[in-house]
Write a protein that binds this ligand. Structure first.
Ligand code: FO1
Length: 322
């Protein structure tokens, strides 16, 4: 069975790790293509930082700092501290020493002319993602950076997210570079040729939403013969982590499991989804969606460990009829 996952950072990475655990017992060797959001990417100290690609790579490669959900396990920050002594960089954004190796390798290869896809392939090879049947693709090889319009103008998403913890009122999100971006090689085919396409509980606005904005991706989702099924990032009216509620508010979408589903839309009525998995706390939402033709189901969707997440993946695949 061929699967394709559209993913942001922490939530999508943890979901995909559980999906792989589930597939290992039911359908070993299933190829899984993960299409990652690159809207959080930035240049910092002359190196290219790709937060969601790296969170996916480290999580699936077994090297992630588990409590943080991002960055490397056993990390240190000697270089970052010494950079602060030079008063360069952002004191609210720490690049770990081991993480820097990833950015230096990526930047070297980018400067040698390799695409972001090719550099990602090389970085992922070190973490042996292919041994798990995983192919990690950026949504685009062209830079697309999410910026946030606040009272003082446009700031990079990471500044809004990490420095201000999304506390600054956001007027809108701007994907800088989107107009000249194309889906990266293999991305559209991965959606069209999949047996199942999954939208994990990533941020529906700045993570999955950014992926959907890349030309051709929304159309590929609407055309694919594969069922497209998602997992709600909202449980009982609140996001499980992160600031999805602030992001949704910017679009005027309620922070509820049902509102996010309807924001993505049902494929039969112009949207991108066929099914939506919600938490048991939102059972009534599943009932209302089912009444409107959705494949909707409620289960415990808290990804508190890999076995729990594997069960969620099994539920989602069940919703997809697989
Ligand atoms: N998040 C933080 O809250 N604080 C940080 O200092 C920080 C550093 C960082 C460095 C590299 C990287 O790839 C991610 C980093 N993140 C940090 C996480 C990042 O903000 C999030 O992973 C995504 O941008 C949101 O999903």
């Amino acid at each position: 069975m061929k699967l394709t996952v559209l993913s942001g950072g922490v939530g999508g990475a943890r979901f995909t790790r559980g999906l792989l655990a589930h597939l290992a017992t039911t359908d070993p060797g299933s190829p899984v293509t993960v299409i990652a959001n690159t809207g959080d990417d930035m240049w910092l100290h002359g190196v290219r930082v790709c937060p969601d690609l790296d969170t996916l790579m480290y999580t699936l490669g077994g090297a992630v700092h588990e409590e943080q959900g991002w960055g490397r396990r056993d990390e240190s920050s000697r270089v970052s501290a010494d950079l602060a002594a030079y008063d360069v960089g952002w004191d609210w954004f720490t690049l770990g020493d081991l993480d820097l190796a990833t950015h230096l390798a990526r930047t070297q290869w980018l400067r040698e002319g390799l695409s972001l896809s090719r550099t990602t392939e090389r970085l992922a090879a070190r973490w042996r993602l292919a041994d798990q049947g995983v192919r990690l693709l950026p949504m685009s090889d062209q830079p697309v950076e999410t910026h946030v319009e606040v009272d003082d103008g446009l700031i990079h998403f990471e500044e809004w997210w990490v420095r201000h913890r999304a506390a600054l009122p956001a007027r809108r999100f701007v994907q800088v570079g989107l107009d000249t971006a194309e889906a990266a090689p293999g991305v559209l085919d991965a959606i069209r040729d999949a047996d199942v396409v999954l939208l994990p509980p990533s941020n529906p606005v700045v993570s999955v939403g950014t992926i959907l904005a890349v030309p051709g991706i929304r159309a590929a989702l609407r055309e694919t013969a594969a069922p497209v099924v998602g997992v709600s990032p909202i449980i009982g009216g609140a996001p499980v982590r992160g600031m999805a509620a602030e992001c949704l508010a910017t679009l005027g979408v309620d922070a509820t499991a049902e509102a996010v589903a309807r924001h993505y839309g049902l494929r039969a009525t112009g949207g991108v989804l066929d099914g939506w998995l919600v938490d048991t706390a939102d059972k009534d939402a599943a009932d209302r969606l089912a009444a409107d033709g959705w494949r909707a189901r409620a289960t415990d969707t808290l990804m508190h460990d890999v076995p729990a997440t594997a069960r969620i993946a099994a539920e989602v695949l069940g919703l997809a009829g697989r």
